[in-house]
Design a protein around this ligand. Structure first.
Ligand code: NAD
Length: 323
């Protein structure tokens, strides 16, 4: 496959990219693409979100199908809440893959949503059954069908805004290589994980560990506090001892221990408990399907379900452990 997305601004200016799902993450990622010179066509159910991107220079499509039928469109990036939305945007009545055979323009589909590996593989298989427009096929070495990769991210809204996301990619190596310049505009680390579904698998495993480590750090710090230990001092001890982890030394859940983290601004912003519960549900579904044991994920799912869904997941320290 030819490298279709050179990173230089002059070449980027000739390329038209579609973006489906311009919410918290997608709008920041789409803005990075616009800033790099790509011509952008966006699609979202939320009209206000579309208007904001139009003011920044993007064009709008009325549906994922209308977007996919846009002549000259090279690729579509999607950043949707969960698997139902991904199914609807790709496989639904006005979804990307509902475009009649031979009228589909993007040769590359990059789904950055956090979903489960089964759905990621199902959508990739449906993409491989679709037929590209003859002009798109000719522009890409006779490629017959669009290639789809799963490329979920870590780094949150700050990483999306700064263009420093980590992408965990699953799909054909050539498709991930073709996507690389686009991904490098939005992120710093592009990690190839294997075939379709392995990117989302990596993401779910990461968030499973994160959820458990945050609960454990919160439990330890709250126990210490109830026994009379200052959480600032105990955090310092954790961070130079064997309890040290990202949840204690980079994203501490105790208000005032660290600046610039959600715990120090009323648990606002950050990664919501709602999204953590969603990711744990997906991990549990994947564990059940594969026969893997996941008792910690089960417990974490129960715990985070008791936290305000709209607050950052580190609010587990205050709301559940009463720290
Ligand atoms: P969000 O709810 O802010 O944005 C999703 C957007 O998708 C919304 O604007 C919604 O209107 C749109 N949408 C839904 N269905 C659609 C459809 N069929 N067609 C067109 N548009 C549609 O969500 P977000 O916080 O941006 O998260 C997106 C994904 O990124 C999720 O899978 C999440 O798990 C993952 N993620 C989020 C974060 C974070 O910190 N927010 C961090 C890492 C990964």
């Amino acid at each position: 496959m030819v490298n279709a997305f050179p990173a230089t601004r002059t070449v980027a200016q000739r390329l038209i990219i579609g973006f489906v799902g311009i919410g918290n993450m997608g709008s920041a990622m789409a803005t990075r693409l616009l800033g790099a010179g790509y011509r952008l066509v966006v699609c979202d159910k939320n009209e206000e979100a579309v208007q904001r991107l139009q003011m920044a220079g993007a064009k709008a499509a009325t549906s994922p199908a209308a977007l996919a039928a846009t002549p000259g469109l090279s690729a579509i990036v999607s950043m949707l809440p969960s698997l139902e939305h991904v199914r609807q945007a790709y496989l639904g009545g006005d979804g990307i893959l509902s475009v009649p055979s031979g009228e589909l323009h993007p040769h590359l589909l990059i789904d950055c949503s956090t979903i489960d590996p089964l759905t990621a593989r199902e959508v990739a298989a449906a993409a491989s059954d679709a037929t590209l427009h003859p002009n798109a096929a000719e522009a890409h070495d006779g490629q017959r069908s669009p290639l789809l990769i799963d490329a979920p991210v870590s780094g949150g809204v700050p990483g999306a805004t700064a263009g420093s996301l980590t992408f965990m990619c699953g799909g054909e190596p050539a498709a991930v290589d073709a996507a690389r310049p686009l991904l490098e505009t939005m992120g710093k680390r592009i990690i190839y994980c294997g075939g379709n579904g392995t990117g989302v698998t990596a993401k779910l495993c990461n968030n499973l560990v994160l959820s458990v480590s945050m609960a454990a750090v919160s439990e330890g710090l709250a126990l210490g506090k109830h026994l009379g230990l200052d959480p600032h001092l105990l955090s310092e001890i954790f961070n130079t001892s064997s309890a040290r982890c990202w949840s204690s030394d980079t994203y501490n859940p105790v208000p005032g221990v660290m600046e610039g983290v959600p715990s120090s601004r009323g648990y606002k912003g950050g990664f919501s408990s709602k999204l953590m519960v969603k990711d744990l549900s997906l991990a549990l579904k994947a564990a059940e399907h594969s026969g893997a044991a996941a008792p910690m994920a089960e417990e974490a799912h129960k715990l985070y379900s008791q936290v305000d869904p709209n607050l950052d997941f580190s609010a587990i320290y205050k709301q559940l452990y009463k720290g």
